[in-house]
Design a protein around this ligand. Structure first.
Ligand SMILES: [Fe+2]
Ligand SMILES: [Fe+2]
Length: 294
């Protein structure tokens, strides 16, 4: 793997924090199936991560000293979750910088993501405050919804050989597979924090259902807009240049289309992230990537 890996097992947490240091200098311009639109689709996702994952960390930190979260097991999970997300932010920032070197203004897309998150949380806090929903609750429920999105996409990456074949570049393959493993390792942490804080009653259920609908809508619009912006830089914002990606992602049995039932499973009142058991899949992939200390 074109990365230094340093695994620090956080005592007591059910998953470790792996300190990665990928080298993106040799990544080709169109590393996803040699296709501009497919590559930009993934880069647009990557542009969402640094600010998005910082938001997850901030939202969890904002509540972690609450007496309802004094359970030491959960506190250790929170520490490891924050450690993993901080590392994802760092490595996606480094990859995004390598795309910037090809002339794509990914820094601006990262900044737009940060502004969108702040604005959304600001507006939602104002609108929902009279109904008894705090800013902390809104931040955390947004984190839960987005974590469901990332773990769903990640499970597909780990399960589908056709998708894995898209990664023609080994560094990009390892970046996304490492990230996918960890999204599934920590998929229940924000949700467990949310339930410990706000319970499983109608108010908590309403808030997380609303958060999923808003989060999925915003992700779809923002990520599509970013993909279009990156394609425009190349002068490739045409049907001819995008049809392969659109079919790959949104066609019948496309990568994103296939996720819809799993994404909607979050709306089940008794939903819990661990209902979807990924233990065997994770063991297989940890061995595959040489993360045997995990
Ligand atoms: Fe992440
Ligand atoms: Fe995550």
């Amino acid at each position: 793997m074109n990365a230094k890996v340093n695994i620090s097992n956080r005592a007591g947490a059910s998953f470790p924090v792996r300190r990665m240091d990928f080298e993106f200098g040799e990544v080709p311009r169109y590393w996803a199936n040699g296709d501009a639109a497919l590559t930009h689709f993934m880069t647009a996702l990557s542009a969402l991560f640094p600010e998005g994952e910082q938001f997850f960390v901030n939202s969890t930190r904002a509540v972690r000293n609450d007496p309802k979260l004094e359970d030491q097991r959960l506190q250790k999970e929170i520490s490891a979750f924050i450690g993993q997300e901080a590392m994802h932010s760092k490595e996606h920032l480094a990859f995004n910088a390598s795309a910037q070197a090809y002339g794509y203004d990914v820094r601006e897309l990262e900044a737009q993501t940060g502004r969108l998150i702040n604005r959304t949380i600001g507006v939602a806090s104002k609108v929902l405050k009279p109904f008894g929903f705090s800013k902390e609750m809104i931040g955390l429920t947004g984190t839960c919804a987005l974590e469901h999105f990332t773990s769903t996409i990640a499970e597909e990456l780990l399960s589908n050989p056709d998708i894995q074949a898209m990664f023609m570049d080994q560094t990009m393959y390892h970046l996304w597979m490492w990230h996918a493993i960890e999204e599934n390792e920590h998929k229940a942490v924000a949700f467990d924090v949310y339930e410990a804080m706000y319970g499983q009653g109608p108010k908590a259920y309403f808030m997380r259902s609303l958060a999923l609908v808003i989060a999925m809508g915003l992700i779809f619009i923002t990520q599509s807009y970013f993909t279009a912006k990156l394609l425009r830089t190349d002068g490739k914002l045409t049907w001819h240049d995008t049809k392969y990606m659109i079919k790959f992602m949104y066609g019948y049995k496309g990568f994103m289309t296939r996720q819809i039932p799993t994404l909607l499973d979050f709306l089940r009142p008794k939903f819990h992230p661990n209902d979807q058991d990924t233990t065997a899949l994770l063991n297989k992939w940890r061995a595959e990537l040489g993360f045997n200390l995990s």
